[in-house]
Design a protein around this ligand. Structure first.
Ligand code: ARG
Length: 460
């Protein structure tokens, strides 16, 4: 058991399969930078508190920096028999500087060590994703502004049935609003996890005269965690990260679905760039929206990572249990997945071409201005419910005879209601419909311009 840092009480060597099952080094080596940062802060504090001699602190710190340099250079040998990142680093330190390395773990446990490493990682990941979310928001805002110049009109849908015409810019601004909240959720999570568990030790704290405020500050945390059991036993910081990531993933998945749908031959609203689509190995004509489809499908793993960790945590008694080693891979995966999808969309959206003639024609179909006709009657004093009934009858008449509302005869319209006429029906253009929706947050060009300006101000 010489390679084990905990081998003292064991007489028999660890079973090979157990070693494989138990080890986390294959994935937690990703925490090496955070692990060594944590150790450097810890050992410096031990020196300041008079727990270690200055020369011991120096030898350990120099040794840790040497190990870090090896890891960065890619020459470090990660050993499965050393189980995890923490024991690989510590054992390598011992190989380098001898038995004094054993003093590093004074007043510390792997339980608070892994908790502090993982919080450092997750906090940085949350802030980085927040920045990337902001980048995509900036891109979508620029698209909104670009299409506002020509006031491009698209169909707005409910139930995926044409509902009312809207500005394409208004559609973009809906995603800008969602992404703003996504960024906020990530930053909120980062702020709440900004506490250092280091010094919680195994679970109960430590008899050593440590300074947890000093290590928290040295590691850039706002403060130490207030309860040692909570410090080593809680993973809701990771759950919040995964939850914010899952919601962001759901938004990106909805966006993907719309892009896929609108790029079909049947819709023909937009053309995705060649650089972000792929072909078929058998059908020469194909141009498939693989990026958007993968981005839609990635929601599965993002939700899975959240559900997975919720399930791991739910039945574990306080404080640390080895179950918690299952906390890391999902966080790494959600971080990597969202990073690439956010970047891809930030590149793809500005290269996507919208076909304004097609979208406008589609926006006019499906009796999308029927509400406008009902509003016209209501403005003339007809109760809205009655107006709704009258226009519903006209839509039925028109659809049975394969016509649009503006193709109805003057007599048919007057018979439905004396306030109606062919002139009125013809004035119901999609442009007028959009222009009329002046309510705050509505799709009228002036309102969308306001929204764009407010979003620009929020971003600067
Ligand atoms: N590799 C472990 C993990 O990721 C580190 C903590 C181990 N602590 C323990 N008491 N076995 O959770």
């Amino acid at each position: 058991q010489e390679s084990k840092l905990w081998g003292g009480r064991f007489a028999e060597a660890t079973d090979g399969l157990v070693e494989l099952f138990n080890a986390s080094v294959s994935f937690d080596q990703r925490l090496a930078e955070q692990d060594i940062r944590g150790s450097l802060a810890h050992v410096a504090m031990l020196g300041k508190q008079g727990i270690l001699q200055a020369d011991e602190v120096k030898r350990i710190s120099d040794g840790l920096r040497g190990v870090l340099a090896e890891i960065r250079a890619g020459t470090f040998e990660w050993r499965l028999d050393r189980e995890d990142v923490h024991m690989n680093v510590e054992a390598a330190l011992r190989d380098r500087i001898g038995p004094v390395a054993g003093k590093l773990h004074t007043a510390r446990s792997r339980n608070d060590q892994v908790a502090v490493d993982f919080r450092l990682f997750t906090k940085e990941a949350a802030l980085d994703l927040a920045d990337q979310t902001r980048d995509l928001r900036r891109v979508m805002l620029a698209e909104a502004e670009k299409h506002l110049q020509d006031e491009v009109i698209v169909p707005g849908y409910t139930h995926l049935q044409v509902a009312q015409p809207i500005l394409l810019s208004h559609w973009f601004m809906a995603y800008v609003a969602m992404l703003e909240r996504d960024e906020g959720r990530l930053r909120d999570a980062a702020a709440r996890m900004d506490e250092s568990p280091l010094g919680s030790s195994a679970l109960a704290g430590t008899p050593w005269p440590i300074d947890r405020h000093a290590t928290a500050a040295a590691l850039g945390f706002a403060r130490p965690t207030a309860n040692s059991l909570d410090g080593v036993g809680s993973r809701d910081f990771a759950l919040e990260f995964l939850s914010a990531g899952a919601i962001l993933g759901a938004h990106l998945s909805r966006l993907s679905e719309e892009l896929i749908l609108y790029s079909t031959f049947e819709f023909g609203f937009l053309t995705l760039p060649d650089s972000h689509t792929t072909g078929s190995s058998i059908m020469p004509q194909k141009k498939n929206p693989d990026v958007a489809e993968l981005a839609r499908g990635k929601a599965g793993r993002l939700f899975g990572n959240l559900m997975g960790l919720l399930t791991v945590v739910k039945g574990t008694p306080l404080a640390y249990n080895k179950d918690l080693q299952e906390d890391k891979e999902g966080v790494f995966d959600s971080y990597d997945t969202l990073s690439i999808v956010l970047r891809l969309y930030a590149e793809m959206l500005p290269k996507t071409v919208w076909h304004a003639d097609v979208t406008k024609a589609a926006a006019a179909r499906g009796y999308s201005t029927a509400t406008d006709l009902a509003d016209f009657l209501a403005r003339g004093g007809v109760p809205f419910r009655e107006a709704h009934e009258v226009v519903g009858g006209l839509v039925g008449l028109a659809s049975r005879s394969g016509r649009q509302l503006w193709e109805l005869e003057d007599g048919e319209l007057r018979a439905a209601h004396p306030l109606l006429s062919a002139d009125v029906a013809r004035s119901l253009t999609v442009e007028e419909s959009v222009k009329s929706r002046q309510s705050f947050g509505g799709t009228a060009p002036g309102r969308v311009r306001e929204a764009v300006n407010a979003a620009k101000a929020a971003l600067s």
